[in-house]
Design a protein around this ligand. Sequence first.
Ligand code: SAH
Ligand code: SF4
Ligand code: F3S
Length: 478
Amino acid sequence: MAATPKSRQISEEDKKRQKECTAQIRSANEAYTKANGRAPRAFVLTLGCQQNEADSEKLCGMAEACGYEITDKAEEAALIMVNTCAIREHAEQRALSLVGQYKHLKARNPELVIGICGCMVVQEHRIEDIKRRYPYVDLLFGTSSLHRFPELLLEKLTHKKRVLRGDETEYAVAEDIPIRRESTYRAWVSVMYGCNNFCSYCIVPYVRGRERSREKEAVIREVRELVEAGYRDITLLGQNVNSYGKDGDRSDDFADLLAELDTIEGDYWLHFMTSHPKDATRKLIDVMANARHVARHFHLPMQSGSDRILQAMNRRYTFEKYRDILTYIRKKMPDITVTSDLIVGFPGETEEDFAATLDALRQCRFDMIYSFIYSPRKGTPAAEMAEQIPQAVKSERYERLLAVQNEIALAVGEALIGKTVRVLCDGISKNNEKVYSGRTEGGKIVFFDTTPENTGKFLSVFVERAEPFALYGTVVKD
Ligand code: SAH
Ligand code: SF4
Ligand code: F3S
């Protein structure tokens, strides 16, 4: 099989340098541990999507290899890393305000290293912002430099000067980075990085670089190891997984990768996200329909139901094309859960366009949607478009969208009452300590009563009650 062109992998020297830097930090941290009776702590804050979470698991893995102990308390950390997101204004404001809160920690402990990385700090204007307005941030690097965290950290620790780098390296695939996974039963596996689609509203292609796929063998090895280690839910990640392999000289595509992964023996679900409707092939849907482990869940972002808006968004499909794919998915897998992303208030969206989105929603009857108010992103074409929609109109449309979806979600949930669903148990619910929660194959939240040792296990739950966002039931024996 063809290999990824070497130019897309980070160089061997780069890898070696990171190992050397890791060893140097580690020996200093071991000396610290000896002198103080405890290891220095590192705190990593994740503010973005699943890719961002996966990156944070690598940051934690690298920090651990450097001799830090990972903590969930910023106050006790010797190293704080804020892993940012730039998808909407709110995400950026949140990152900046959280970084602002760490200022007082630095005042108390001048040795504290505060770092910021991820999608937000690839943008020039944000780098300038940090340089000028956040003098207590010591370390900054963009998404292409994630694997160089040990080197940049060492530079900071050695020279005591700020190390603010943005994206100075080429975007490439970096294998063999240590990973410290958050969960012992749910895992992320990136299959590709970057995006080539340039949807007119979206910042991702500017902050994550062009598409590059991992080698198929590397993905298969990682998934196999996870299944062998007892992982039950593995999500393959990519901004548009259907582009997998297209950047290299391979002949096999994402559907082939999925089919091959499905041959791995074990009791697990294989999820993937995200699939762009313009590239969701019948071949992929057929592979899913025949698979043993691929979860019956399709996340297919629609964004808008209006063809005029879809075109302005540069999505390269019409609602009719979208509906055709959905029809094929449901024909092949009638029991499948379908979820979607929608944006309201895109520039130029008229009442008529919005009505088309509501109508599309009623036709598609998604199990769940992630809906967003359009947020202008500096440097993207949509931010420059005339006819930006006033905030009040956007908010009002957003509420109407949610009201329609809530009705649909409730009806979809109620149809499950009296049925038994398979649930992966997540333990005691974070919001209500009296109940346990878990998720179905389609990602639906289910509440039930059980015991702690069932966390991370599959359970059968008899559904008794439904709300728009959750199901309630009782655990039954298989
Ligand atoms: N690659 C994925 C989406 C990644 S971003 C895909 O193409 O489907 C996740 C979601 O954020 C998008 O689907 C979109 O609905 C939303 N989003 C992206 N940019 C946005 C913006 N500027 N304003 C509001 N929502 C946005
Ligand atoms: Fe953004 Fe579009 Fe790429 Fe998704 S496919 S990450 S929405 S540009
Ligand atoms: Fe993800 Fe936010 Fe970056 S959504 S890819 S962390 S801009």
